[in-house]
Design a protein around this ligand. Structure first.
Ligand code: MG
Length: 249
Protein backbone atom coordinates (compact mmCIF):
# COMPACT_ATOMS: atom_id res chain seq x y z
CA UNK A 1 0.00 0.00 0.00
CA UNK A 2 1.37 3.39 -0.95
CA UNK A 3 0.97 6.01 1.77
CA UNK A 4 0.54 9.65 0.81
CA UNK A 5 1.88 12.23 3.24
CA UNK A 6 0.45 15.60 4.20
CA UNK A 7 2.53 18.75 3.93
CA UNK A 8 3.05 18.63 7.71
CA UNK A 9 4.32 15.06 7.49
CA UNK A 10 6.64 15.97 4.66
CA UNK A 11 8.03 18.83 6.76
CA UNK A 12 8.87 16.29 9.47
CA UNK A 13 10.45 14.00 6.91
CA UNK A 14 12.57 16.93 5.81
CA UNK A 15 13.89 17.19 9.39
CA UNK A 16 14.79 13.49 9.39
CA UNK A 17 16.25 13.84 5.91
CA UNK A 18 18.38 16.79 6.91
CA UNK A 19 19.96 14.77 9.71
CA UNK A 20 20.67 11.86 7.38
CA UNK A 21 22.23 14.24 4.85
CA UNK A 22 24.41 15.88 7.49
CA UNK A 23 25.59 12.43 8.58
CA UNK A 24 26.38 11.53 4.96
CA UNK A 25 28.40 14.70 4.50
CA UNK A 26 30.21 14.21 7.80
CA UNK A 27 31.22 10.72 6.71
CA UNK A 28 32.66 12.24 3.56
CA UNK A 29 34.94 14.48 5.61
CA UNK A 30 36.42 11.52 7.45
CA UNK A 31 37.12 9.37 4.40
CA UNK A 32 40.84 9.15 3.87
CA UNK A 33 43.61 6.59 3.60
CA UNK A 34 44.21 4.53 6.75
CA UNK A 35 40.84 5.26 8.36
CA UNK A 36 38.71 2.23 9.23
CA UNK A 37 35.12 1.93 8.11
CA UNK A 38 34.19 1.28 11.75
CA UNK A 39 35.59 4.69 12.71
CA UNK A 40 33.52 6.38 10.01
CA UNK A 41 30.45 4.52 11.26
CA UNK A 42 31.09 5.81 14.79
CA UNK A 43 31.20 9.39 13.48
CA UNK A 44 27.94 8.85 11.62
CA UNK A 45 26.27 7.49 14.75
CA UNK A 46 27.52 10.45 16.81
CA UNK A 47 26.17 13.00 14.36
CA UNK A 48 22.76 11.35 14.15
CA UNK A 49 22.45 11.05 17.93
CA UNK A 50 23.65 14.63 18.48
CA UNK A 51 20.53 15.73 16.59
CA UNK A 52 18.27 13.64 18.81
CA UNK A 53 17.70 11.07 16.08
CA UNK A 54 18.28 7.33 15.80
CA UNK A 55 20.29 5.59 13.05
CA UNK A 56 17.59 3.90 10.94
CA UNK A 57 19.79 0.98 9.97
CA UNK A 58 21.08 0.11 13.46
CA UNK A 59 19.38 -3.15 14.36
CA UNK A 60 17.20 -3.10 11.24
CA UNK A 61 16.76 -6.77 10.37
CA UNK A 62 19.66 -7.30 12.76
CA UNK A 63 22.08 -5.00 10.94
CA UNK A 64 24.96 -4.43 13.37
CA UNK A 65 26.00 -0.84 12.56
CA UNK A 66 24.65 2.66 12.01
CA UNK A 67 25.52 2.96 8.33
CA UNK A 68 26.19 0.68 5.41
CA UNK A 69 29.73 1.29 4.20
CA UNK A 70 30.58 -0.55 0.99
CA UNK A 71 33.99 -0.43 -0.68
CA UNK A 72 34.86 -0.94 -4.36
CA UNK A 73 33.10 -4.12 -5.63
CA UNK A 74 30.76 -4.04 -2.63
CA UNK A 75 27.45 -2.71 -3.91
CA UNK A 76 25.39 -2.16 -0.76
CA UNK A 77 25.01 -3.36 2.84
CA UNK A 78 28.73 -3.34 3.62
CA UNK A 79 29.27 -3.85 7.36
CA UNK A 80 31.66 -1.36 9.00
CA UNK A 81 34.77 -3.15 10.23
CA UNK A 82 38.49 -2.75 10.93
CA UNK A 83 39.14 -2.56 7.20
CA UNK A 84 41.40 0.41 6.49
CA UNK A 85 40.63 2.52 3.46
CA UNK A 86 43.32 2.71 0.81
CA UNK A 87 44.16 5.36 -1.73
CA UNK A 88 41.98 4.89 -4.81
CA UNK A 89 39.14 3.06 -3.05
CA UNK A 90 35.61 4.16 -3.78
CA UNK A 91 33.38 4.14 -0.71
CA UNK A 92 29.62 4.05 -0.62
CA UNK A 93 28.09 5.58 2.48
CA UNK A 94 24.40 4.73 2.92
CA UNK A 95 22.78 6.27 5.97
CA UNK A 96 19.30 6.65 7.41
CA UNK A 97 18.03 8.80 10.28
CA UNK A 98 14.81 8.24 12.24
CA UNK A 99 13.47 11.41 13.82
CA UNK A 100 10.08 12.15 15.34
CA UNK A 101 8.48 9.15 13.67
CA UNK A 102 9.91 9.49 10.16
CA UNK A 103 12.90 8.20 8.24
CA UNK A 104 15.31 9.87 5.84
CA UNK A 105 17.57 7.68 3.69
CA UNK A 106 20.46 8.76 1.48
CA UNK A 107 23.72 7.51 0.01
CA UNK A 108 26.75 8.80 -1.81
CA UNK A 109 29.96 7.37 -3.26
CA UNK A 110 33.20 8.99 -2.11
CA UNK A 111 36.79 8.59 -3.34
CA UNK A 112 39.76 7.93 -1.05
CA UNK A 113 42.55 10.24 -2.21
CA UNK A 114 42.75 9.88 -5.95
CA UNK A 115 41.29 7.15 -8.14
CA UNK A 116 41.14 6.17 -11.80
CA UNK A 117 39.31 8.31 -14.36
CA UNK A 118 37.15 5.25 -15.05
CA UNK A 119 36.02 5.08 -11.44
CA UNK A 120 35.38 8.82 -11.33
CA UNK A 121 33.20 8.59 -14.41
CA UNK A 122 31.21 5.71 -12.90
CA UNK A 123 30.56 7.80 -9.79
CA UNK A 124 29.59 10.90 -11.78
CA UNK A 125 27.26 9.00 -14.09
CA UNK A 126 25.54 7.30 -11.15
CA UNK A 127 24.89 10.62 -9.41
CA UNK A 128 23.71 12.29 -12.61
CA UNK A 129 21.33 9.40 -13.32
CA UNK A 130 19.55 10.14 -10.05
CA UNK A 131 18.85 13.68 -11.24
CA UNK A 132 17.76 12.46 -14.67
CA UNK A 133 15.33 10.12 -12.92
CA UNK A 134 13.77 12.61 -10.55
CA UNK A 135 13.15 15.10 -13.36
CA UNK A 136 10.21 12.81 -14.12
CA UNK A 137 9.07 12.50 -10.49
CA UNK A 138 6.01 14.68 -10.95
CA UNK A 139 2.32 14.01 -10.29
CA UNK A 140 0.68 12.11 -13.13
CA UNK A 141 3.82 10.29 -14.28
CA UNK A 142 4.53 6.70 -13.31
CA UNK A 143 7.32 4.99 -11.36
CA UNK A 144 8.47 3.42 -14.64
CA UNK A 145 9.18 6.88 -16.06
CA UNK A 146 11.77 7.45 -13.31
CA UNK A 147 13.20 3.93 -13.72
CA UNK A 148 13.47 4.25 -17.47
CA UNK A 149 15.12 7.68 -17.36
CA UNK A 150 17.81 6.37 -15.01
CA UNK A 151 18.51 3.31 -17.14
CA UNK A 152 18.48 5.25 -20.41
CA UNK A 153 21.01 7.71 -19.08
CA UNK A 154 23.38 5.06 -17.68
CA UNK A 155 23.48 2.30 -20.27
CA UNK A 156 25.14 4.26 -23.13
CA UNK A 157 28.23 4.46 -20.92
CA UNK A 158 28.46 0.65 -21.01
CA UNK A 159 27.46 0.28 -17.37
CA UNK A 160 24.71 -1.95 -15.99
CA UNK A 161 21.94 -1.41 -13.46
CA UNK A 162 21.72 -3.64 -10.40
CA UNK A 163 18.41 -5.49 -10.72
CA UNK A 164 18.19 -7.40 -7.44
CA UNK A 165 17.89 -4.27 -5.29
CA UNK A 166 15.75 -1.20 -5.92
CA UNK A 167 14.62 2.09 -4.45
CA UNK A 168 11.52 2.28 -2.28
CA UNK A 169 8.80 4.28 -0.66
CA UNK A 170 9.73 5.69 2.74
CA UNK A 171 8.00 7.42 5.64
CA UNK A 172 7.11 6.06 9.07
CA UNK A 173 8.78 2.88 7.81
CA UNK A 174 12.23 2.75 6.26
CA UNK A 175 10.95 0.63 3.40
CA UNK A 176 7.43 1.18 2.08
CA UNK A 177 5.65 0.66 -1.21
CA UNK A 178 6.20 1.28 -4.03
CA UNK A 179 9.39 -0.30 -5.27
CA UNK A 180 11.44 2.09 -7.40
CA UNK A 181 13.57 0.04 -9.84
CA UNK A 182 16.52 1.61 -11.65
CA UNK A 183 15.50 -0.05 -14.91
CA UNK A 184 12.29 -0.66 -16.77
CA UNK A 185 9.77 0.68 -19.20
CA UNK A 186 8.34 4.17 -19.23
CA UNK A 187 4.61 4.46 -18.63
CA UNK A 188 4.50 1.42 -16.35
CA UNK A 189 4.09 1.00 -12.62
CA UNK A 190 2.19 2.96 -9.99
CA UNK A 191 1.09 6.47 -10.87
CA UNK A 192 2.85 9.25 -8.98
CA UNK A 193 0.78 11.67 -6.95
CA UNK A 194 1.38 14.61 -4.71
CA UNK A 195 2.52 13.59 -1.23
CA UNK A 196 4.32 10.39 -2.19
CA UNK A 197 7.78 10.09 -0.65
CA UNK A 198 10.31 7.75 -2.21
CA UNK A 199 14.01 6.92 -1.98
CA UNK A 200 15.50 6.95 -5.48
CA UNK A 201 18.83 5.13 -5.46
CA UNK A 202 20.61 4.09 -8.64
CA UNK A 203 23.16 1.30 -8.10
CA UNK A 204 25.38 1.12 -11.14
CA UNK A 205 27.97 -1.55 -11.99
CA UNK A 206 30.99 -1.18 -14.24
CA UNK A 207 30.69 -4.78 -15.45
CA UNK A 208 27.92 -7.32 -15.08
CA UNK A 209 24.62 -6.38 -13.45
CA UNK A 210 24.76 -9.61 -11.48
CA UNK A 211 25.48 -9.53 -7.77
CA UNK A 212 25.81 -12.00 -4.90
CA UNK A 213 25.52 -11.76 -1.14
CA UNK A 214 28.56 -12.68 0.96
CA UNK A 215 28.47 -15.31 3.72
CA UNK A 216 27.86 -12.59 6.34
CA UNK A 217 24.34 -12.53 4.84
CA UNK A 218 24.52 -8.76 4.31
CA UNK A 219 27.20 -7.49 2.01
CA UNK A 220 26.22 -7.50 -1.65
CA UNK A 221 29.11 -7.56 -4.15
CA UNK A 222 29.38 -7.57 -7.92
CA UNK A 223 29.65 -11.08 -9.30
CA UNK A 224 32.65 -10.15 -11.46
CA UNK A 225 34.44 -8.14 -8.77
CA UNK A 226 34.27 -4.91 -10.77
CA UNK A 227 33.39 -1.56 -9.24
CA UNK A 228 29.89 -0.45 -8.27
CA UNK A 229 28.57 3.01 -7.44
CA UNK A 230 25.51 4.21 -5.50
CA UNK A 231 23.72 7.50 -5.05
CA UNK A 232 20.48 8.10 -3.18
CA UNK A 233 18.17 10.75 -1.84
CA UNK A 234 14.72 10.69 -0.29
CA UNK A 235 12.38 12.88 -2.30
CA UNK A 236 8.82 14.13 -2.04
CA UNK A 237 6.56 14.43 -5.07
CA UNK A 238 4.86 17.80 -4.93
CA UNK A 239 2.75 20.02 -7.15
CA UNK A 240 5.94 22.01 -7.75
CA UNK A 241 7.94 18.95 -8.78
CA UNK A 242 10.37 16.75 -6.86
CA UNK A 243 11.79 18.06 -3.57
CA UNK A 244 14.91 16.46 -2.10
CA UNK A 245 14.28 15.82 1.60
CA UNK A 246 17.78 14.55 2.38
CA UNK A 247 19.25 18.01 2.01
CA UNK A 248 21.73 19.35 4.56
CA UNK A 249 20.35 22.88 4.38
MG1 MG B 1 17.33 3.27 0.48
Amino acid sequence: MITVKTKAEIARMRDAGRIAAIARATAGEYIKEGVTTRYIDSKIRSVIRSHGAHPSFLGYGGFPASACISVNEEVIHGIPSDRELRNGDIVKIDVGAYYKGYHGDCACTYVVGDTSSEAKQLIDVTKESFFKGIELAVPGNRIGDISNAIEQYVTPFGYTMVRDFVGHGIGTNLHEDPEVPNFGRAGRGPRLCEGMTIAVEPMVNMGTWQVKTLSNNWTVVTLDGKLSSHYENTIAITENGPVILTDEN
